[in-house]
Design a protein around this ligand. Structure first.
Ligand code: ZN
Length: 278
């Protein structure tokens, strides 16, 4: 059965995420462990872990942490790459302690280097991470990107290269519909969606563990990562129908990351549920 939820603010405390999820009728939710644009983090105390786990067990459904935007495992600057590895490790350990199901991150950006070198840096960084720490509860999810300005993990060749390098580790894909479409996957037509499925098969359908359900403010292949309300962008309802009527994808957890405006989270979730049950 599909579960529908949203990205919610963790401002003040990660304990507040549960009530914020409930406010919009979210059955699953995603949040940041720290301010997404700050390197500094005080970590999670033992007391916070206990309180969070209690709330999580009452909640009963999967939750996802989104890694900070500053993180770049592909960086050619060794200091930045090392700092990214450190942050990733800190957060992955915290997710495991908190009982978080998924840790989602953007694989990395090749800035001033070739994509090939960028990919090598990502593999090296993840190798360092998983050598030092193998998650027990949390599954690490690579989020596909729109391929904007050197963003890697934009297609299934790149995603499968990473995933195949870490067999035995809890690693999978979080598929962002806006990013896939902006990169050039025509997920909103029948023909386009079946071509897309053939691409997904390069990694294996079952590697996709969650969906970021977002419409797109920009057209197919624009490589621009700007999210729009469900059904109001260039993807349109048909794109979401394709996912929600597909044997495998229809049973995954869906997280919206659409613009926060009034009651729109609730409205967007209702749109997805309507397609699902329609
Ligand atoms: Zn996303």
């Amino acid at each position: 059965m599909a579960l529908f939820g949203a990205h919610v603010s963790s401002a003040g405390s990660i304990l507040k995420t549960f009530e914020r999820a409930e406010e919009v009728g979210a059955e699953v939710f995603q949040f940041f462990l720290r301010s997404p644009r700050a390197w500094f983090w005080k970590g999670v105390s033992k007391e916070l872990v206990i309180k969070f786990r209690k709330k999580l067990s009452e909640f009963g459904n999967p939750v996802m942490v989104h890694a900070p935007y500053l993180l770049n495992l592909a960086s050619p600057r060794e200091d930045l790459r090392e700092r990214s590895v450190k942050v990733f490790l800190e957060e992955l350990k915290a997710c495991d302690e908190l009982g978080v199901d998924f840790y989602n991150f953007h694989p990395g950006t090749a800035t001033g280097i070739s994509e090939k070198e960028g990919m090598k840096n990502i593999l090296r960084s993840l190798e360092e991470i998983f050598t030092l720490y193998e998650p027990k509860k949390t599954t690490v999810l690579l989020e596909n990107t729109a391929g904007e300005r050197g963003d890697l993990g934009k297609n299934f060749e790149e995603l499968s290269l990473i995933i195949r390098s870490f067999e035995g580790v809890k690693i999978g894909i979080c598929l962002d519909t806006c990013h896939a479409f902006a990169y050039g996957y025509e997920i909103n037509t029948d023909g386009g969606f079946s071509r897309f499925l053939k691409e997904v098969e390069k990694v294996g359908l079952e590697k996709t563990k969650a969906i970021h359900a977002n419409d797109s403010k920009f057209p197919l292949g624009s490589r621009k990562d700007r999210h729009e309300h469900i059904g109001e962008g260039f993807i349109g309802l048909k794109g979401f129908e394709n996912f929600l009527r597909h044997d495998y994808f229809r049973d995954l957890p869906y997280f919206i990351e659409t613009p926060k405006a009034g009651d729109m989270d609730r409205v967007n979730l209702e749109r997805l549920r309507k397609i699902y049950s329609g």
